[in-house]
Design a protein around this ligand. Sequence first.
Ligand code: NOJ
Length: 540
Amino acid sequence: MSSRPEPWWRSAVIYQVYVRSFADANGDGVGDLAGIRSRLDYLKELGVDAIWLNPFYPSPQADAGYDVADYRDVDARFGSLDDFDGLLRDCHRLGLRVIIDLVPNHTSSEHPWFRAALAAAPRTGERARYIFRDGRGPGGANAPNNWQSTFGGPAWTPVNGADGSPGQWYLHLFAPEQPDLDWTNPEVRTEFESILRFWLDRGVDGFRIDVAHGLAKDPAMPDLGRGFATSGPAKVGHPYWDQDEVHEVYRAWRRISDGYPGDRTFVAEAWVHAPEQLARYVRPDELHTAFNFGFLLAPWSARALRQAIDQSLGALGSVGAPATWVLSNHDVMRHVSRYGGGDVGVRRARAAALLMLALPGGAYVYQGEELGLPEVIDLPDEVRQDPAFFRTKGKHRGRDGCRVPLPWSGEAPPFGFGPPASKPWLPQPPDWSSLTVEHESIDKGSMLALYRRALQLRRELPGLGDGMLEWIEAPPEVLAFRRESGFVCVVNVGETPADPPAEVAGCEMVLTSAALTGKRLPAATSAWYYGRSKPSATNR
Ligand code: NOJ
């Protein structure tokens, strides 16, 4: 029997490129595709397998591009379709795969479909692509139900009829500029299948599915009951998150991607509560992988991390899907800060990186985490752009603090993000000069050096990536596990030094997140060991 090589996405390390904040080639303060093209060598050298690009489509940018006005083009501020094709070509030449972001739950209010819907009368085909409903109460003056937008405020906005009289309401689970599509409408399904083909034909390697758990709504549109939250991981029975009907959509998409050569892949962004709910998205005939937010949300505690790991591996393994591991993205506080900030946060983040990259499955690296960037918490209100900040009147500071443009080089902003006189769309802290790629490239003890080394070892040592994990008995605050190849990872999550398990006595230590004291692991330290003869790996 001939065995097919394991598909790349089962073990891939995928680097998230937040396009507007990665590299700005034309100096307008906003990152662009040409900027990414100019920095591909950096990603190659870092040692990742693929990149995921956040949305770059034409958009009024009411939600940083997650409000798409045209799914088959590139926004002029990011470049052109030609630039995209060139970027894809360059990536493939370097052996980097490319995943793009698909936003199927909602369009922009500037999308031609929504404009046509507003111009049309209630109960017409134009309106039927979205979720328009009559209001409640006298004259329909109240929203159809009590659903709230994830960004704050009601999830319904009223529109006037053509004659200016009060009309229907439309649903937007996010900003009013992001009207939800009606996925019971076959026209919507056909359109997205065609969009998938448009990009698959161009050669993309996969899609990250935005709000994958949101496409289907309970047709009865009941009020949101007590015990169910507007945002965050959704529990079973929620009227608009994680409804069963989403799965049929993904089965159809899988049939399409399977028709293309080269292991094209989908990753679901599905914020669901239980790992078993998540596993349903990655059954063999649905999406390939899903972000593992349980791991991301786990606090720095051995118990919590081990539980997140066990539950993910158990649930995903039961349907034959690999796990993915993620610590940060463009929607959450950067993990250096989440883990406590300052030296403690950095130390824990270093240990967490070695934990994540040793676990079975794939991993995501959010741009800047390899530099140890912290959340920028003191952005002035006037530069903020996240709709969550505005819609909650500043109660939620929003997500701008994790989206600050990358520092590449030099001693002062824009730190090589754009040409010298350019002004990044969000201001970079002046003290980021020690966190630039340039600075960290020459510092052997930097976060960047750790990521480079860990990714190199992950490629060189057999048995990392997809596969099994076996826990080794260890003290309560220590996580220790073995991979089938003789590789052992030990993480001291606790606040006091700990001995590694006896198990590693005959092993060679190949990488640590901080210097050990003899053989002891200080607080918040990870170490990788290898028990058999291995290729040219050395201590850091
Ligand atoms: C999830 C995306 O990651 C986030 O940035 C966006 O605001 C929402 N989906 C709405 O599209």
